[in-house]
Design a protein around this ligand. Structure first.
Ligand code: SF4
Length: 360
């Protein structure tokens, strides 16, 4: 082949997938034809951190859609939320202490949230973890006092660093930059007003990820109402069906009553869980049900309520990993793991109630 050829003419090849060029060599006069095809390469997105990830058109569309939903939180809504701190009625305990001052209620949390840790987490439900992890933010303290808590150093000991709205918002943005699929707020109930302030701060800074409210299920409906349109995915525990169990094991008065009201309100706001084509949750309700030994979780009653009063299409993670932790050894009825038969019975009860979206 001559190396100094000139193109005489170019036109699309008959199959339309190539450019046909007739060429001639000015030195030897030789003529020949070439066919040039476009070689497509997969698009790659280079993150600010320098990490390269494959371009995902659906993910981009979802982000745009979520970003359009994420607006600043109205000032009056934030005012109403902050006013719940003094006297504190953020959760059903209604301790009525002034958390904006030095007073502390049952949860022992103050006016600013304390963060125990934050980062991509790969141990959550697969629909939250996806490929790049769930962006968890672990809050110190808790409005429940579960005697079998696996994170008692955080929830009871309150190990954390105090941050303001900018600090909390900055963590959310950092998790987004790392490619996490969502912002997963772990044990957020007692800091709901401060979360709204942080969400308002990040709203204008490009956060376009679903917000996951990963809570214990002991929620006040008037406080949840302030999250309408802000939270994308609710992930509450459904721990007990009987108040007589919730009191000694979590120190909660009428846990089931508040849980039922909370589940109804959450479902009203976000509906059933919607999972994208990539297998990652976008919006909706995801209930966690930890199976305790000796039927203490009240699975039958929980299942009937969820199926009949919330939705048969509710996504439920049936958790079989209970093991005695913290002070569980002081309670003989929970001082062992559930048996295989108990776990099977719990799943059967959920299915018998009509629930079919079970993750276990
Ligand atoms: S958030 Fe804390 S202080 Fe406020 S009512 Fe609940 S437990 Fe009491």
């Amino acid at each position: 082949m001559c190396i100094r050829d000139r193109v005489k003419d170019s036109r699309p090849a008959e199959d339309g997938g190539a450019i046909r060029r007739r060429r001639v060599c000015p030195v030897c006069g030789g003529r020949f034809t070439t066919f040039e095809r476009v070689q497509l390469r997969d698009l790659v997105v280079v993150k600010k951190s320098g990490r390269k990830v494959p371009f995902d058109r659906d993910k981009l569309l979802r982000s745009v859609e979520i970003a359009l939903r994420k607006r600043n939180v109205e000032p009056e809504r934030i005012d109403r939320a902050v006013s719940l701190l003094a006297p504190c009625t953020v959760c059903p305990r209604a301790c009525a202490v002034d958390r904006t001052g030095a007073e502390r209620g049952f949860c022992r949390a103050g006016g600013d949230p304390e963060i125990s840790s934050y980062g991509p987490h790969f141990g959550e439900e697969s629909v939250l973890v996806g490929r790049y992890g769930s962006g968890t933010v672990f809050f110190a303290y808790c409005n429940l006092a579960c005697v079998f808590c696996q994170n008692s150093d955080i929830s009871h000991g309150g190990e954390g660093v105090e941050v303001g709205p900018e600090g909390l918002g900055g963590m959310m943005l950092a998790l987004a930059r790392r490619g996490c699929h969502n912002i997963n707020l772990v044990t957020p109930t007692h800091v709901l007003p401060q979360i709204l302030e942080a969400v308002d701060w990040v709203a204008g800074r490009g956060l376009a990820l679903p917000l996951v409210y990963n809570c214990g299920g002991h929620e006040a409906v008037h406080a949840l109402g302030l999250l309408d349109g802000v939270v994308d995915i609710y992930m509450p525990d459904a721990k007990y069906a009987e108040a007589e169990v919730g009191m000694p094991l979590s120190g909660a008065l009428d846990y089931p009553g508040h849980l039922r009201a909370a589940l109804t309100e959450m479902h009203r706001q976000v509906g059933d869980l919607v999972i994208g084509e990539d297998g990652v949750a976008e919006r909706g309700l995801l209930i966690r049900h930890l199976v305790l030994p000796n039927g203490l979780s009240g699975t039958d009653a929980v299942a009937r309520f969820v199926a009949n009063e919330v939705s048969r299409d509710t996504f439920v993670n049936v958790m079989g990993q209970y093991r005695p932790c913290h002070e569980a050894h002081r309670h003989a009825e929970i001082d062992r793991r559930p048996t295989a038969e108990e776990l099977r019975g719990a799943r059967d009860a959920l299915r018998a109630a009509g629930l079919w979206r079970l993750d276990s």
